[in-house]
Design a protein around this ligand. Structure first.
Ligand SMILES: Cc1cc2nc3c(=O)[nH]c(=O)nc-3n(C[C@H](O)[C@H](O)[C@H](O)COP(=O)(O)O)c2cc1C
Length: 369
């Protein structure tokens, strides 16, 4: 069953492309037990460090149904708990366990010990993360690589949204043998206050937090494609993935697998089942597999980079059979080019072919001519 869902991150085989990302959902075996019925391919433990975190409270805030802010830090549990109990008990649940570790110092001296310990505790792979600054990650990865034979994934944060910055880190990580790059952690810092009390909603010192969930998905897709295209590295996409379509998009852009945290926090673990179901149906309908779909959109992007000029479509046309005259396009047209005439939308000469109406039409009645 679900064989078309199989994927691999380098040599690391998984039954499907859905991994539960490091966070509160993976902070204990008891928490992970709730996820098991929905069959995620693996879980990444809450990040283990040499000393436990003392996160502020509150440390999570739902900004909307789809995105959230957090200031949760790494695991509040001792590393000894993870080694003696946390990882072994998760393994007893029959799930593949990726141990997330972090160094609390730039040089990463404690990483050799942590990497050896989680390996001995039975982890199947290691995810080395950074506390929002990926600059020291390549040197730290070198230490982890020399301390464990497990597959090692490097999870980056992207504090500078520029190609060269991300590619530079990516190249260095590949040079020291990263088995995959996880793109990425949360984005921030961010701030949200309660306008009744004037207080920040989170308990951190300056009230700041970091953004996750659907709002960050376009960054995930962009940097997945960039690393997969330019460096041909294995990528695990993480950030804002919440539907089966998002997973397919990431795979088309070159991801080997995906990690999900916020969508499960906001919608419950059932979302994993819904996503797997949706992917399965899509693959069946298309007669495809995850392996065959991987990276198929990259060629289209590559071709764009060779075009002498940017694409110029237009103007769009309305399919009279499909249009319900709901007026969504009329309201969203920035230049007032659309009217409802004789029970359907009509696009006039003022249209500048920006494409907004096409993307917002609820019944896909608008297309390019
Ligand atoms: C409450 C919370 C706690 C998190 N804790 C960790 C952590 O301990 N280690 C880590 O590498 N990432 C942590 N993350 C980041 C997630 O693993 C993930 O990279 C990020 O949230 C983007 O994915 P998403 O949009 O699916 O949530 C945390 C995220 C949230 C929301």
């Amino acid at each position: 069953m679900f064989s078309s869902l199989r994927t691999s991150i380098g040599e690391f085989e998984l039954p499907n492309p859905i991994i539960v990302a490091s966070g509160p959902l993976t902070s204990s075996p008891e928490a992970v037990k709730r996820l098991i019925p929905y069959k995620p391919a693996a879980v990444v433990t809450k990040t283990i460090a040499i000393r436990p975190a003392k996160p502020p409270r509150p440390n999570m805030f739902g900004l909307s149904k789809f995105s959230l802010l957090n200031c949760e830090d790494w695991s509040e549990k001792e590393y000894s708990y993870w080694i003696e109990e946390g990882i072994p008990k998760m393994k007893e649940l029959g799930v593949t366990v990726i141990a997330s570790i972090v160094s609390l110092s730039e040089r990463g001296k404690e990483l050799a010990f942590l990497a050896r310990s989680v390996t001995d505790a039975g982890a199947d792979a290691i995810e080395l993360t950074c506390l929002y600054n990926p600059v020291y990650l390549p040197n730290q990865l070198k230490i982890v690589k020399s301390s464990s034979d497990l597959p090692i994934f490097a999870k980056i944060s992207i504090p500078v949204l520029m190609d060269e910055y991300v590619l530079n880190i990516g190249r260095k990580l590949m040079k020291v043998g990263a088995d995959a790059i996880v793109v990425s952690d949360t984005y921030g810092p961010c701030l949200h206050i309660d306008i009744s009390s004037f207080e920040p909603v989170l308990g951190s010192k300056n009230g700041s937090g970091r953004l996750s969930g659907r709002a960050i998905k376009p960054f995930t897709m962009y940097f997945t494609a960039l690393l997969a295209r330019e460096l041909k590295t294995n990528v695990i996409s993480c950030g804002g993935i919440s539907t089966w379509e998002d997973v397919i998009e990431a795979i088309l852009l070159g991801a080997s697998a995906t990690e999900i945290c916020s969508a499960i926090l906001l919608e419950g673990p059932e979302v994993i089942g819904r996503i797997l179901d949706g992917i399965s149906k899509y693959l069946d309908q298309k007669g495809e597999t995850i392996g065959k779909l991987r990276g198929r959109a990259l060629e289209k992007i590559r071709k764009r980079t060779f075009l002498p000029k940017p694409v110029r479509m237009g103007p769009p046309v309305v399919d009279a059979q499909l249009c319900t005259a709901c007026g969504s396009c009329v309201r969203s047209c920035p230049v007032g080019a659309i009217e409802i005439k004789e029970g359907r939308a009509t696009i006039g000469k003022l249209c500048r072919a920006c494409g907004l109406c096409l993307s917002l039409c609820p019944v896909n009645a608008i297309r390019w001519s």
